[in-house]
Write a protein that binds this ligand. Structure first.
Ligand SMILES: NC(=O)c1ccc[n+]([C@@H]2O[C@H](COP(=O)([O-])OP(=O)(O)OC[C@H]3O[C@@H](n4cnc5c(N)ncnc54)[C@H](O)[C@@H]3O)[C@@H](O)[C@H]2O)c1
Length: 243
């Protein structure tokens, strides 16, 4: 058991990747507090529902998990939304909502979690950026910029808080078979199964990622197996380049 009795907070825990992360961490012995808007789909040990756009909720989430779990060793900032379209199609509401969920919430959660992790003798933060936060993906400038901000935050916090034995890293997936990807195809009038089968052909490994492919990397970054990794942006691509 790589995470025996470690206490973990996972956001976006009811989503495609989030459910897989909760399952992987729990299978390795972690006690997991899950947070999301609606946690009906979560099998986590503890549920902390709420909206990350609520700044009071985001500010208090790490402490709520710490109090309920009796400590905190691991924080996984996985919640996120994708906002599509060129900048000229992007509204003020898109801008505020996307940055609130994709950047402000991880910022607030990290800010509150770092003293709690330090009090526990150290810990690991795993943020979810994206390959599109490291390389510019097409026609999603707001999403890409929000994920680039998460990537930068990850590297800055890793540098600033390593001396407190807090490792901060990010997982950067490319295309993963989750509701986020499937709804994008539906919006464009495509059949998600057919569209994913087509997308599989563009990946050198022969398929896009399943949530478990990403959850295994999160598990690695949360565990002592990655003990010398601090500030890494780990791209998980199946060999496919963004461009
Ligand atoms: N699916 C992909 O291809 C892909 C690629 C790269 C990065 N990512 C990133 O992986 C992470 C997980 O994405 P996913 O594919 O599992 O998507 P998903 O839509 O299945 O899950 C995202 C979860 O975040 C939660 N969430 C959204 N807004 C919230 C809010 N205001 N408050 C609380 N929770 C909120 C949703 O309820 C949902 O359960 C995201 O950060 C996403 O940007 C996904």
């Amino acid at each position: 058991m790589q995470l025996e009795n470690r206490k973990a907070l996972v956001t976006g825990a009811a989503g495609g990747i989030g459910q897989a992360i909760v399952a992987r961490l729990q299978a390795e012995g972690a006690i997991v507090a899950a947070s999301d808007l609606d946690l009906a789909a979560s099998a986590a040990n503890l549920l902390i529902p709420g909206d990350l756009r609520d700044t009071g909720f985001a500010d208090g989430l790490a402490k709520a998990a710490y109090d309920a779990l009796g400590g905190l060793d691991i924080v996984v900032n996985n919640a996120g939304i994708i906002t599509r379209g060129a900048i000229t199609e992007t509204t003020d509401d898109d801008l505020v909502r996307t940055m609130a969920i994709n950047f402000d919430a991880p910022f607030r959660i990290c800010r509150a979690a770092i003293p709690l992790l330090e009090a526990n003798g150290g810990g690991a933060i795993v943020n979810t950026s994206s390959c599109w936060g490291v390389h510019p993906g097409p026609a999603h400038p707001l999403y890409c910029a929000s994920k680039a901000a998460v990537a930068s935050l990850t590297q800055c916090l890793a540098r600033d808080h390593a001396h407190q034995k807090i490792r901060v890293n990010a997982v950067c997936p490319l295309e993963v078979d989750t509701p986020m990807l499937r709804t994008g195809f539906e919006v464009r009038g495509l059949n998600p199964d057919t569209a994913i089968a087509d997308l599989d052909k563009s990946v050198p490994l022969g398929r896009i990622a399943q949530p478990e492919d990403i959850a295994d990397v999160v598990l690695f970054l949360a565990s002592d197996a990655s003990r010398y990794m601090c500030g890494s942006l780990v791209e998980v691509t199946g060999g496919k380049a963004v461009y």
